[in-house]
Design a protein around this ligand. Structure first.
Ligand SMILES: C[S@@+](CC[C@H](N)C(=O)[O-])C[C@H]1O[C@@H](n2cnc3c(N)ncnc32)[C@H](O)[C@@H]1O
Length: 288
C-alpha cells in the first residue's frame, strides 16, 4: 500500500523522540573502537525539505523540532543530550536556518565512523531514489530498494558482531505490527545481542496498544541485555479517537546508560512538546 510519505511528518514530536534516542544509542556504540552495523529497516528518504508542500501542509515540525530550536533561540540552556541532537539538526542545515530535517540515515551519517556500516532499506520508489542519491558513494553505506522486514535476518550477525537495528515502519494497515515482532524474532535468533530500536505510534488501535507487551515477551525470552520502553504523550486523540497522541520506543538490549539519559530529558521534552495539560511520559526498563 505505500501511501505513507514521511515528508508530511518530518521533524514532528515523534521524530524528536526517535532521533534523540537513536543519537544516544549511536554515541554509546561509538565508545568502543570496534565497528558496528546499523540496519535501518524503514529508512525513508534520508532528508526532508521543511519548506516543501508536504511539510508545510500540516506544519508538524512546528510542534516538534521547531519548539526545541525556539527554546534555544530564547537563551534557554538545553539539556546536554537535547543540545547534541539540536546541533545535528543544525549541522544538516549547514549551521543556518531550519530548512531541512535529517531523516534517520542522515543522523546516522553524522554519527557513524569510518569503521561502521549503514544498511538502509526503503520500499517506496521515490523515497528510495532520494535515499540512494543521498547515500551514493558514501563509504560503508548501502541503500536497498527492498523490504526491510524480510531483509533484516540476512544482515545479522555482522562480521564484527556489533549491530544496531532501527525499525521504524509506517504502520499503514495493521499488518506491520505482527511483522515487527516476527522480523525481530528471526533477527534475534541469528544474533541475540543486537540493539533493536522499535518505534510505534500511540494511536487507539489494539495492535499498537499490544505491541510493547509482545516485544517485552520477545525480549524476556531472547535478549541477553533486557529491554527499555519509553513513551511520550503530547496530545489528546480527537473526538473520534483518531490522531497521534504520542509515540513510543521499545528498545531490546539497550545500552545500560540509556535509562538514566532518557530520565534526564523526558520531563523537559514533555514540558516543551506537550500540547495539552495531560502531556506525560512513561519510562520503564528491565536490565539483565
Ligand atoms: C516512518 S518512515 C521512516 C522514517 C525514517 N526511519 C526516519 O526516521 O527518518 C517509514 C518508511 O518505511 C517505508 N516502508 C514501508 N514499508 C516498508 C517495508 N516493508 N520495507 C522497507 N520500507 C518500507 C515507507 O515508504 C516509509 O518511507
Amino acid at each position: 500500500m505505500l501511501a505513507y510519505r514521511h515528508a508530511f511528518h518530518a521533524g514532528n514530536h515523534a521524530d524528536v523522540l526517535k532521533h534523540l534516542t537513536l543519537q544516544l544509542v549511536l554515541r554509546h556504540m561509538n565508545l568502543k573502537p570496534k565497528g558496528y552495523r546499523l540496519i535501518d529497516t524503514h529508512a525513508g528518504a534520508g532528508g526532508y525539505s521543511l519548506e516543501g508542500r508536504y511539510a508545510q501542509k500540516k506544519g508538524e515540525f512546528e510542534q516538534g523540532v521547531m519548539r526545541l530550536l525556539e527554546r534555544a533561540a530564547n537563551g534557554e540552556t538545553l539539556p546536554a543530550a537535547i543540545a547534541e541532537y539540536v546541533n545535528l539538526v543544525r549541522s544538516f542545515n549547514g549551521g543556518g536556518a531550519l530548512e531541512q530535517y535529517p531523516g534517520s540515515p542522515a543522523f546516522a551519517q553524522q554519527l557513524l565512523r569510518p569503521q561502521d556500516q549503514l544498511r538502509a532499506f526503503e520500499l517506496h520508489p521515490t523515497d528510495y531514489k532520494i535515499l540512494s542519491a543521498y547515500l551514493g558513494g558514501r563509504k560503508g553505506a548501502e541503500a536497498h530498494h527492498a523490504d526491510g522486514f524480510d531483509a533484516l535476518k540476512g544482515q545479522l550477525p555482522p562480521p564484527t558482531r556489533r549491530a544496531v537495528v532501527l525499525m521504524d515502519p509506517s504502520y499503514e494497515g495493521t499488518a506491520d505490527y505482527p511483522r515487527v515482532v516476527s522480523a525481530l524474532r528471526s533477527g534475534l535468533e541469528r544474533f541475540a545481542e543486537a540493539v533493536c530500536i522499535v518505534w510505534y505510534p500511540q494511536v487507539t488501535k489494539l495492535e499498537a496498544a499490544r505491541l510493547p507487551q509482545r516485544l517485552q515477551s520477545l525480549a524476556d525470552a531472547s535478549a541477553p541485555k533486557g529491554w527499555l520502553h519509553a513513551r511520550l504523550t503530547v496530545q489528546q486523540p480527537d473526538a473520534q479517537g483518531f490522531g497521534l497522541a504520542g509515540s513510543g520506543l521499545f528498545i531490546i538490549n539497550p545500552p545500560h546508560t540509556l535509562h538514566d539519559e532518557l530520565l534526564q530529558v523526558l520531563p523537559w521534552l514533555t514540558d516543551v512538546l506537550g500540547q495539552f495539560d495531560g502531556a506525560n511520559f512513561l519510562l520503564e526498563h528491565k536490565g539483565k
